[in-house]
Ligand binder design. Structure first.
Ligand SMILES: *Cc1c(COP(=O)(O)O)cnc(C)c1O
Length: 361
């Protein structure tokens, strides 16, 4: 029996995607081998790769003047690769700090440049997004970096910063990419590890505007040089073929769901169900994030009586609800309700939460 899996990442994949992968695992398209066992340069895999990129571009409506790269190295890898590729000879970059992942990006960027924190929500334990009029941007910054969904703190941007000084906006969208339509044209670069809302780990997607290419630091490893990877259709070295294939199946699944507007409608309904359950618990459960910044993908919550935490986790698991333990940085619980999580799964979770409260409140 498949569990209702609320893991933050690697996270649940659509069952239909796994079933299709299972059905064609041993003999992919009459080749007599699995998709993992063939050359990445052969015609069969090339078609898998090109179709995955096409579907991704179509889903997110990526403008023609942007490259899409399917790379490796994860979100954390990008914390280094963004400065290496995008500093373009400059010595400073701007960062907005909204939680654990933007803090990580700032720390890593500090190896390569002056990573200036131009706004931070650490004054309120990272429970909100600082409004843009509170930012202190630097005109000479090479780029301005935000994390549009903080996976640990459960804080999401529902607005796109306006940039009026030619400093390109860079976004870590690892945990909410493809959860709703996004205006890619507002960004210079977007990156995301795949293992939250796309597919298995091992694949990292980078979207980068073409005019920003061509200036990587000379010590950038070639396989992590956006320009070289773009020139080689991201096949400068062997891409993570199985992860690309599975991501491609997920893109088809998303298209069959009706695309990103349709999935957004579902994600709104799921998030509302869960936040309503928390808010209507009379304080038994609580979420501390400013209402307008509550993430639709990652919902951290705390029990009023923390001595019940172990029991909550134990009994939820027994009820087939997995992956609810909060990140160790903030404790408590967290339910990640990515695209692959059904409304029914969130119903099962909220029903369990109400029953748990009745028995222990
Ligand atoms: C998970 C995550 C990362 C780190 O991803 P890795 O692939 O483990 O390096 C970075 N940023 C965000 C927003 C994340 O959710």
């Amino acid at each position: 029996m498949r569990a209702y899996n609320f893991s933050a990442g690697p996270a649940a994949l659509p069952t239909e995607v796994l079933q299709q992968a299972q059905a064609e695992l041993l003999d992919f398209k009459d080749t007599g081998m699995s998709v993992m066992e063939m050359s990445h340069r052969g015609g069969v895999f090339m078609e898998v790769a090109r179709e995955a990129e096409r579907d991704f571009r179509e889903l997110l409506n990526v403008p023609a003047n942007y490259k899409v790269l399917f790379l490796q190295g994860g979100g954390k890898g990008e914390f280094s690769l963004v400065p290496l590729n995008l500093l373009r000879g400059k010595s400073r970059a701007d960062y907005v700090n909204t939680g654990l992942w933007s803090s990580g990006a700032i720390k890593e960027a500090g190896k390569y440049c002056e990573a200036a924190t131009i706004a931070s929500s650490d004054d309120k334990k990272f429970t909100y997004v600082p409004p843009q009029d509170a930012w202190k941007p630097n005109k000479d910054a090479a780029f301005r970096h935000i994390c549009t969904n903080e996976t640990v703190h459960g804080v999401e941007y529902f607005w796109t910063p306006e940039i009026d000084d030619d400093v390109p906006l860079v976004a870590d969208m690892s945990s909410h990419i493809l959860s709703r339509p996004m205006d890619v044209s507002k960004y210079g670069c977007i990156y995301a590890g795949a293992q939250k809302n796309i597919g298995p780990s091992g694949l990292t997607i980078v979207i980068v505007r073409e005019d920003l290419l061509g200036h990587a630091h000379p010590l950038t490893p070639s396989v992590f040089d956006y320009t070289q990877q773009a020139a080689n259709d991201w096949m400068l070295n062997t891409p993570p073929t199985f992860a690309v294939y599975l991501a491609g199946l997920t893109f088809k699944w998303l298209k069959a769901q009706g695309g990103l507007s349709a999935i957004e409608t579902k994600n709104i309904a799921k998030a509302k169900l869960l936040y309503d359950c928390i808010d209507n618990s009379g304080g038994f459960y609580r979420n501390e994030v400013a209402v307008e910044n509550r993430s639709r993908m990652n919902v951290p919550f705390f029990l009023r009586d923390e001595s019940l935490n172990a029991k909550f986790l134990e009994t939820s698991l027994a009820a087939n609800l997995a992956g609810l333990k909060g990140h160790k940085a903030i404790g408590g619980m967290r339910a990640s309700v990515y695209n692959a999580i059904s409304f029914e799964a969130v119903e099962a979770l909220t029903q369990f939460m109400r029953e748990f409260q009745q028995r222990n409140g």
